[in-house]
Design a protein around this ligand. Structure first.
Ligand code: ZN
Length: 213
């Protein structure tokens, strides 16, 4: 990955998944009495949080200085328990794409993409475990856990889309998220509007399915 700003190539910047701003600060979880005022005050690259997280919980790594959203929690544990990633996009009344990535309980990996949401066994493409791991990591590098739940004001506007990520085991029951309570996983939808990281996410789906979404 190119991180040099000069030289013609675009620098890949971490953007806030909610508002798109790249004005972010690293969150420092520290008790009030340990804050070093000289170092930490007026430093907009560091954001002090006094809400010390419980050990093992996934907490934000970055704080958006624009909208105040905290994002970028550690997803390593969750990535290991992904069961299914589903994406559906209706571009208009005639054109629809459905895509599914699945890890079976006995440890096999498949992806399937079609014009129809008919996820039969025919048309499934096998994936290697290595490829599955990279795929899941790429999905989470789009900050999928930090997207909003719903995009767009009018649900009758195209493109209409949805993204679902389901999990095995304990991660199907994340208490702090509404969609987990209801569906046992991430469930995001939109109409006429995409999240900040959609372009990157779409590329990931296309790379690992080998087809255009
Ligand atoms: Zn923001």
């Amino acid at each position: 990955m190119n991180t040099h700003g000069k030289g013609g190539r675009k620098m890949s910047k971490i953007q806030c998944p909610r508002c798109g701003s790249d004005k972010k600060a690293k969150i420092l979880y520290v008790k009030e009495e340990y804050v070093n005022k000289e170092i930490h005050e007026d430093n907009d690259e560091i954001y002090i949080s006094h809400e010390i997280p419980e050990s093992g919980s996934s907490v934000g790594k970055y704080h958006c200085n624009e909208c105040g959203f905290n994002f970028g929690g550690n997803s390593a544990g969750m990535r290991k328990t992904v069961r299914r990633v589903m994406v559906s996009v209706e571009y208009d009344e005639k054109r629809r794409r459905d895509c599914i990535f699945l890890r079976t309980e006995d440890g096999r990996y498949f992806n399937y993409i079609s014009e129809e949401p008919s996820f039969g066994n025919s048309g499934n493409v096998s994936m290697t475990q290595e490829s599955w791991k990279k795929f899941v990591k790429s999905v989470f590098s789009c900050y999928i856990m930090d997207w909003g739940y719903k995009y767009g004001k009018d649900e009758n506007v195209y493109p209409k889309w949805s993204v679902k990520v389901e999990f095995y085991g304990e991660h199907a029951n994340l208490k702090e998220r509404e969609d987990f309570k209801e569906f046992g996983g991430i469930r995001i939808c939109g109409a006429g509007e995409y999240p900040v990281y959609w372009k990157k996410f779409k590329k990931v789906i296309e790379k690992y399915s080998g087809e255009m979404l």
